[in-house]
Design a protein around this ligand. Structure first.
Ligand code: PDD
Length: 288
């Protein structure tokens, strides 16, 4: 496999030469935020939304932003270019930096600079995905994450465990439940469809404010589809006509089974399939 060129603190380097300190607070404290932006046809999907949410996550944690939006776009484009990414993702992480020792207190931002890392992930077939034609299976698990899920932090241990629980159960992903209601998937937002109505949890600190979610709901409303932003239970989901998830890495992905219960005919639903088509078509038009 050819070595990727990655970006670390202002420099483009081969992936095997990239270095981050063992004292980095991302490593020691999960004191960092991230974004994942998809690439289709060599262009960035929803870049603006991701840049805005990145700033929001940084502000919420009182962390300095080491790069301007213009420069960030330039780095994304350069990585896509040098790594010849046609379809895939760009991962970006900013941490509070490496103060040279371990301490719970935040370091002085005047002496400790944030760490910034970006790398590409090639995923041929991201748009024309076999999984999207078949649909995915999810299980439900308790949501035991912290209370600020709207901040896109790198504390992903529980979502990773959730994916493993799903895998063990022969499923593809897990939907998390809090007080009886579905919050979201391990790395995606969750939706059900009843009749022609699209139902998804409203925005709050309980879920990540998905960039794909915002676009998909806008496209749905523009296409005169009915959208209801409210809580739903896992039982309501099992009884729904359809279900799907959204994220930068899956776009719109139909869900065909929840906790072993097949939805509708057990195949991807009409609304989810249509939304996937609209999302791909419309976001490609706006890709930069
Ligand atoms: N995950 N909810 C959670 C918990 C997520 O981690 C993500 C994204 C989403 C969807 O957000 P967006 O539409 O902006 O991608 C919702 C990314 C893709 C990841 O961790 O790889």
């Amino acid at each position: 496999m050819t070595l990727r060129t990655v970006y670390v603190n202002g420099e483009y380097v081969p992936e095997n030469e990239a270095r981050v300190s063992i004292f980095d607070r991302g490593f020691l404290m999960a004191d960092g935020v991230y974004e994942v932006t998809s690439v289709l046809g060599g262009k960035l999907i929803d870049f603006d939304g991701h840049a805005v949410r990145l700033q929001r996550s940084l502000d919420a944690l009182d962390m300095a932003n080491p790069i301007s939006k213009e420069d960030l776009l330039e780095v994304h484009r350069e990585l896509v270019r040098v790594n010849e990414v046609d379809e895939g993702m760009i991962y970006l992480q900013i941490t509070r930096g490496a103060p040279g020792d371990r301490d719970f207190a935040f370091p002085d931002p005047d002496t400790t600079e944030p760490t910034i890392v970006l790398f590409t992930q090639k995923k041929p077939g991201l748009a024309d995905s076999p999984a999207a034609k078949k649909g995915i299976k999810v299980i439900s698990i308790e949501d035991i994450r912290w209370g600020r899920r709207d901040i896109k932090t790198v504390q992903l241990l529980y979502p990773s465990m959730g994916k493993m629980m799903a895998k063990k159960a022969g499923a593809d992903d897990a939907w998390m439940i809090e007080d009886g209601f579905v919050t979201e998937g391990t790395s995606n937002n969750a939706y059900i469809v009843k009749g022609n109505k699209i139902i998804t949890r409203a925005l709050s600190n309980d879920i990540l404010h998905g960039i794909t979610r915002a676009s998909v709901l806008r496209f749905a409303r523009e296409a005169q589809m009915e959208v209801e932003e409210r809580n739903f239970t896992i039982d309501e989901a099992k009884d729904a006509d359809e279900a799907f998830i959204t994220s930068a890495s899956t776009f719109v992905m139909p869900v065909v089974e929840i906790d072993g219960v097949a939805l509708g005919d057990g195949v991807p639903g009409r609304v989810a399939q249509r939304l996937r088509e609209i999302y791909l078509e419309e976001s490609l038009k706006k890709a930069i």
